[in-house]
Design a protein around this ligand. Structure first.
Ligand code: NAD
Ligand code: TDX
Length: 331
């Protein structure tokens, strides 16, 4: 099988490629990635020789046409993915997330190629802290940020292309991922690398905001389940019952790294900061029999800390520029 993975040099995409090469020798992988600030060729080093990397833009119809024509399956991870950046400059988000998805959909329609769309729980907006509810596939879309609104837009394009044109598509909306190869701009790697540098972790606002953490390997095993057995035209929510407030996560990182658990600073909050995300993954579990493997967050986090300690050469080049961007925002 010939698989085209967009965004395969990013965090989740590169882990997906590693897992695929490891577990599925029959799959030939081509990665289409623009290698933006968030993409790194070195994230594919462990599978060097097993994967073809095409440097290019998902919003460029020519390269998309050429690569989709030769694929049996497209898995679309490429996106501008960081909420804080989207508040500063939304245009790349509209361009990559909306127009890029449009170009891919037109190409898979032209060549009748199976398509899986990787999206986020943020399309549903946020929940109250004391609300027993979780997001389900029936929750109405209500995105808060430029990032989540462009992801919501892309999901709606996929639904329309499936219904109107019969494109063979599935969609997954996953909660917050953690694990190796995540950019140091994101919450968990930012705090781990701060502690390595002797800098105090930075908690936005009160830190009571809740995220539903899932290990990247569990996200990707669910994506494969959906590709193989998901019903066409359907949406599956991916989550592993990992709700934690941000303060608890920072305290756990400090503890696991041998620091006092109160050795962090409160910094300016993110404007429009979503309060809580929580996924009800019943459909995925019952219909497709998927189960997560990383069920103890502290263990997955400890392994992630080890990975960042052992792979400083991978993240070091990004660290100063990332912190300089945050410093301007007082974060
Ligand atoms: P990331 O920012 O780490 O990686 C994105 C990748 O896409 C990078 O390699 C980048 O170079 C590439 N890219 C960006 N613009 C491109 C363009 N125009 N053309 C081609 N490639 C381009 O993101 P991530 O965290 O790995 O997220 C991957 C996908 O998963 C996204 O669609 C995101 O919305 C979704 N998602 C992420 C999370 C999470 O917690 N990180 C949770 C749910 C869903
Ligand atoms: O330094 C920080 N301090 C802090 O308190 C950073 C970078 C973040 N935070 C908070 C903001 C959020 O409540 O931590 C939480 C997680 O922040 P991010 O890592 O920026 O993730 P989030 O905004 O929740 O979005 C992530 O999950 C859903 C991904 O970046 C998205 O791509 C995905 O769709």
């Amino acid at each position: 099988m010939r698989m085209l993975v967009t965004g395969g040099a990013g965090f989740i995409g590169s882990n997906f490629v590693h897992q695929t090469v490891r577990e599925r020798p029959d799959v030939h992988v081509t990665v289409l990635d623009a290698l933006t600030y968030a993409g790194d060729e070195r994230s594919l080093d462990p599978v060097d020789g097993r994967v073809v990397l095409a440097k290019g833009d998902v919003a460029d119809p020519d390269i998309v046409d050429r690569l989709v024509k030769d694929a049996d399956l497209v898995v679309h991870f490429a996106a501008e993915s960081h909420n804080d950046n989207s508040l500063h400059d939304p245009w790349p988000f509209v361009r990559t997330n909306v127009i890029g998805t449009y170009q891919l959909l037109e190409a898979v329609r032209r060549y009748d190629v199976r398509y899986h769309h990787v999206s986020t729980d943020e399309v549903y907006g946020d929940l109250e802290l004391d609300d027993p509810a979780k997001f389900t596939p029936e929750t109405p879309y209500n995105p808060s940020s430029p990032y989540s609104s462009t992801k919501a837009s892309s999901d709606l394009l996929v639904r329309a292309w499936a219904r109107s044109f019969g494109v063979r598509a599935t969609i997954s909306n996953c909660s917050n991922n953690y694990g190796p190869y995540q950019h140091v701009e994101k919450f968990i790697p930012r705090q781990i690398t701060n502690v390595v540098d002797g800098v105090r972790p930075k908690l936005y606002g009160t830190g009571e905001n809740v995220r539903d953490w899932i290990h990247v390997e569990d996200h990707n095993s669910a994506v494969w389940r959906i590709i193989e057995d998901g019903r066409l035209g359907e949406t599956y929510l991916i989550g592993a019952d990992g709700e934690k407030d941000n303060r608890t996560v920072i305290e756990l990182i400090l503890e696991l790294m041998g620091q006092p658990s109160d050795a962090y600073d409160h910094v300016n909050d993110r404007p429009g900061h979503d309060l809580r995300y929580a996924i009800d993954a019943t459909k995925l579990r019952t219909e497709l029999g998927w189960e997560p493997r990383y069920t103890t967050f502290a263990d997955g986090l400890a392994a992630t800390i080890e990975w960042y300690r052992a792979n400083e050469a991978w993240w070091r080049p990004q660290k100063d520029a990332t912190e300089a961007k945050y410093a301007v925002l007082g974060r």
